[in-house]
Design a protein around this ligand. Structure first.
Ligand code: URA
Length: 435
């Protein structure tokens, strides 16, 4: 098969067959498809689009480009979020699903752009191995019902090269390619069910509702088309989801949540709503009401906290992390309140800019090779609608030094609007999209 002929056909708006898409994916993996050809193919897809059959065929070809895990027990399920600020849901949701009887081998990612990544958060836990070999991953999942780890080179390797080429050819935004990229990695974990949290609002990649719904629909159709029961919730990301943004700070929020020391209401609602959908597609709950009740029980009984503790210990972290959080999580040397400049009500945030401010503090990457300072970020972020007096803390900045604390304080104040009248927050669970 001549690659240039396939590229020409896509360029001219024709649909490619499954064997043709498999040839392209094989060429990505063995290098016989050159960088220029891959860039041209990506641009042809971006401009001409793919039909549902092509999307499914590309996704399954990419899934099958490496190892596809299989599991002795089930139901095997996972969750994926399109990313945001203060989105630490996976840290609570994954162990809760395991406590409810699911098998959850969760392949998580690093921060992308202004968004935080679950792997970067977990690396704040001393000793936690985000890259166990296949045998250890299998053993941890067998022992605890779950493991949150990174993608290995063996899982969907076609995506790595394809993503790198998209990144430098202006083709990241293709809905077809985003869908294939996200799902090929998730499906390579051998999932039977997947719940998606597609974010919308000013801290999400798909800020407007129309784009978020289109992405959710594409992911749900292709996930189901590839044989994985898939459902999506579109949820609000127009303010940080957790009251903190930053790696160790979000682990701390998750541990407070799991143990019941503090449970933020918005975090609770999103985590239980996603969990309920996941338990229904896993066949463990008859409907979302029962799923929500099972999630609440997993948290309130301490079963989810116990699963998390076992997972952390099995992956090399401290066995008593849940009880002795402050003994293990690194703390920033400079912690300062961000004082409200005026009284009124918190009216809204430029959420993306909060994520950028965390990167400015060193809590995210400017270059792919950068290391991350897990200690930094913002805590106790006032939710939208909160009344404040002049001088009240809108948040606390955690910084490596006084200069970066001062810069982050200015940046945070620029993200926050205060007004006289009280706005309600935007609706949290905006839509549900199923196959
Ligand atoms: N996340 C991914 O894994 N791939 C994309 O293309 C976009 C977001």
């Amino acid at each position: 098969m001549l690659y240039q002929e396939l590229i020409r056909r896509k360029r001219d708006g024709h649909a490619l067959r499954a064997d043709e898409l498999r040839a392209i994916v094989a060429g990505i993996c063995d290098g016989s498809l050159g960088d220029a050809q891959l860039g041209a193919f990506a641009m042809a897809v971006l401009l001409r689009g793919m039909n549902l059959t092509e999307r499914v065929d590309l996704t399954t070809a990419m899934r099958d480009s490496g190892t596809v895990l299989d599991w002795d027990n089930g139901p095997v399920i996972d969750k994926h979020s399109t990313g945001g600020v203060g989105d630490c849901v996976s840290l609570m949701l994954i162990p809760a699903l395991a406590a409810c009887g699911a098998v959850v081998p969760s392949i998580a990612g690093r921060g992308l752009g202004h968004t935080g990544g679950t792997l970067d958060k977990l690396e704040a836990i001393p000793g936690y191995d985000i890259a166990p070999d296949a045998a250890r991953l299998r053993q941890v999942v067998a022992q605890t019902g779950c493991a949150i780890v990174g993608q290995t080179a063996a899982l969907a390797p076609a995506d790595k090269r394809f993503y790198a080429i998209r990144d430098v050819t202006g083709t990241v935004e293709s809905l077809d390619l985003i869908t294939a990229s996200i799902l090929s990695k998730k499906l390579a974990a051998g999932l039977e069910g997947l719940v998606l949290d597609v974010k919308c609002g000013n801290g999400a990649f798909m800020a407007d509702m129309g784009s978020a719904r289109s992405l959710a629909r594409a992911l749900v159709e292709v996930g189901n088309g590839a044989g994985c029961r898939t459902v999506a919730l579109v949820t609000d990301m127009s303010q940080p989801l957790a009251p903190a943004a930053g790696n160790a700070l979000e682990i701390s929020v998750a541990l407070d949540f799991l143990t019941g020391r503090a449970r933020d209401a918005r975090l609770w609602d999103v985590t239980c709503a996603l969990g309920a959908q996941a338990l229904v597609i896993a066949g463990l709950a008859a409907g979302p009401e029962q799923g929500s009740a099972m999630m609440a029980h997993a948290f309130q009984s301490g079963a989810a906290a116990e699963r998390f503790a076992r997972m952390v210990a099995a992956l090399g972290g401290p066995a008593d992390l849940v009880e002795n959080v402050s003994a293990y999580l690194p703390a920033a040397p400079v912690i300062r309140p961000v004082a409200a400049p005026a009284g009124g009500y918190v009216a809204g945030y430029d959420t993306r800019a909060i994520g950028v401010a965390v990167i400015g503090l060193g809590g995210g990457r400017r270059q792919p090779s950068d290391s991350i300072d897990p200690r930094v970020g913002f805590s106790a972020i006032a939710p939208v609608g909160q009344p404040v007096q002049p001088g009240d803390p809108l948040a606390y900045v955690h910084a490596a030094d006084p200069d970066s604390a001062a810069a982050a304080t200015r940046a945070f104040l620029n993200t926050c609007a205060i007004q006289d009248a009280q706005n309600g927050p935007a609706p949290l669970i905006v839509d549900r999209i199923s196959g």
